[in-house]
Design a binder for this molecule. Structure first.
Ligand code: ADP
Ligand code: MG
Length: 253
């Protein structure tokens, strides 16, 4: 993994954020964010609750609108242009803390839904794609069950498979393991590690520092709407520069 980690510097830019500012009403939630993510990079974003991590990654696929600055995904700038928003969302998959599976659809149907309705994929092909990714997250045998019949860890792996069925170039994760019981965290992290090994461009909000150490090219620390510090994991953990980072690491490590 280390060789791969260092070889991304010349890759094309996947996500380009510059001078990003966002307000919720009068509350200044994101302050002058600059962030460039190259293809194949794996970024871990950490920081205290309320620091703007979710807001930042939700801006990347326009689940939140920004007011100032520039966000471009694969060269497509996010503006109010609906065509651009649509094109960006086609490239970006997102996995949330709560899996948001449709409870009345089977696992297989959950995975087939977007390929069939958004991509207009024939059902037989969508089923093949869905089974491929359910196999990849190691739960093909659950395909005919309903979400409520699966454990939290299995449901989250379905959510990952469902995203992958849309063939995203970039995956965003927002605390994908924080709603899970401890014994299920590892199986989800293992799935994410495999995705990283396959070369997926990933931005992951997580406090799983073992995961960060294992796969991240870069760890970003946010506080009060700003990127306070970023570094490759070894340096980030062994020699944090700011007091706020040190304080935070003292709480999570
Ligand atoms: P994090 O993911 O780091 O915990 P968030 O991005 O969720 O932080 O939130 C950052 C800040 O913005 C918090 O103070 C939160 O209360 C506030 N916030 C989040 N969403 C909204 C919203 N839709 N309207 C108003 N304030 C919000
Ligand atoms: Mg959050």
């Amino acid at each position: 993994m280390n060789a791969a980690r260092n070889s991304v510097e010349r890759n094309p830019v996947a996500i380009d954020i510059s001078g990003l500012n966002k307000w919720y009403g009068s509350f200044h939630v994101l302050r002058n964010i600059d962030l460039t993510v190259r293809r194949g990079e794996r970024i871990v974003v950490c920081g205290p609750s309320g620091s703007g991590k979710s807001t930042m990654i939700r801006c990347i696929n326009r689940l939140e609108e920004h007011q100032q600055g520039r966000i471009a995904v694969d060269g497509i700038e996010l503006t109010s242009d609906l065509k651009n928003i649509d094109n960006v969302r086609r490239e970006v998959g997102m996995v949330f803390q709560h899996f948001n599976l449709f409870p009345h659809l089977t696992i297989l149907e959950n995975c087939m839904l977007a390929p069939v309705w958004v991509r207009k994929m024939p059902r037989s092909q969508a089923e093949e794609v869905a089974m491929h990714f359910l196999t990849r997250v190691k739960i093909p045998d659950q395909a005919r069950k309903y979400p409520g019949q699966l454990s939290g860890g299995q449901q989250q792996r379905v959510a990952i498979a469902r995203s992958l069925c849309m063939n995203p170039k970039i995956m965003l994760f927002d605390e994908p393991t924080s709603a899970l019981d401890p014994e299920m965290i590892k199986e989800v992290l293992d799935t994410m590690i495999q995705l990283a090994e396959d070369g997926m461009t990933m931005v992951c909000v997580t406090h799983e520092m073992g995961f960060a150490q294992a796969v991240a090219n870069r760890v970003i620390f946010m506080d009060q709407g700003q990127i306070v510090e970023q570094n490759e994991p070894a340096a980030f953990f062994s020699a944090p520069r700011s007091e706020r980072t040190k304080l935070f690491l003292g709480q999570v490590l």
